[in-house]
Design a protein around this ligand. Sequence first.
Ligand SMILES: *Cc1c(COP(=O)(O)O)cnc(C)c1O
Length: 403
Amino acid sequence: MTADQRVPERPLLNRRLAEFGTTIFAEMSALAVRTGAINLGQGFPDTDGPEEVREAAVRALRDGRGNQYPPGPGVPELRTAIAAHQRRWYGQLGLDPDPETEVLVTAGATEAITAALLALVEPGDEVIALEPYYDSYAAAIAMAGGTRVPVTLRPDAASGTFRLDLDELRDAVTDRTRLILLNTPHNPTGTVLSREELTAVAELCVERGLLAVTDEVYEHLVYEGEHLPLASFPGMRERTVTISSSGKTFSFTGWKVGWVTATPELVGAVRSAKQFMTYVSAGPFQYAVAEALALPDSYYTGLREDLRAQRDLLSRGLAEAGFGVFQAPGTYFVTTDIRPLGETSGIDFCLALPERCGVVAVPTQVFYDHQEAGAPFVRFAFCKRPQVLADAAVRLKGAAAGG
Ligand SMILES: *Cc1c(COP(=O)(O)O)cnc(C)c1O
């Protein structure tokens, strides 16, 4: 064999990504398909969003709007609608972005998060993220060459939710900390950070000169309390990259239309990375999402109330089956503690659950660096039709009774 024919002996996957296998969602969804189980693992709705929004996408396709490369920052109609959305829901808190310079359309929130990290993080910078964290965060921090510094959300008996330990957060900041990557409402725990917690995060960012990147994709799915954008707190506007997406708000998670709002300087930085990732995406869907954002308040209220009822239905079923059930004031997810069932490993439990009772769930341990902190917790998605949730509840009860 000549030197030219030799296969390189180095591992194919580079060191930055070597620790990341297949995402847990792909693994568990494949398990659901293989076993015919009800999939409460991955957070996607089993009913599409509003008919008029789907029709708006069809119209855009037919009218030839967005079938060729849209403008890099996003189509003007959508940027205007995103700016109007921020003003409509958060204008009284002082948010009023300029659609020309302070809005960037992305391929979902996922691309926005990755682009923000690639743009703002130098190799060696530390990035603080709340664990358990959304699974793309760790990989995105790694791709940017950053070091992730997890701060653990801990179960709080008084509120029945997971809460942020502010002392632990303060202690996590070092001279190398570049930014805090914050997700509220929080996936997977369902926690919504309070005004007091966000005030403390904001004060810390200002005091230590940190940037913030906020993932607010569940901003309209808050059942108790309120969603407050971190960018609206004193001193935060000029240091916060605010990220959201149409996927969860309009139940079209396959369209992948997301956005960034921030100062022109921050948007410009994120755009520098984003333009070489996808450049642009989802042309016709951008027009449809522009229409969706302008839906009346009754749409947003209706979505929230439907999901609240679904949350209550599943939470009740899980409690009756013997799970410890945390409150979920926000998101698509309820987190459970399996120790009352005599179980200790969420991973073993979730691998066995499809065979045992025909339900798929996700062990939240995989979203932790401190794996022991997440071992007994299992996440169930309730963004499914009530009948599906009721069926799942019956199955789960059978599994618990059967030991
Ligand atoms: C679903 C989800 C995303 C991904 O949003 P896309 O717009 O589909 O890319 C990002 N962050 C969190 C917390 C999510 O749950």
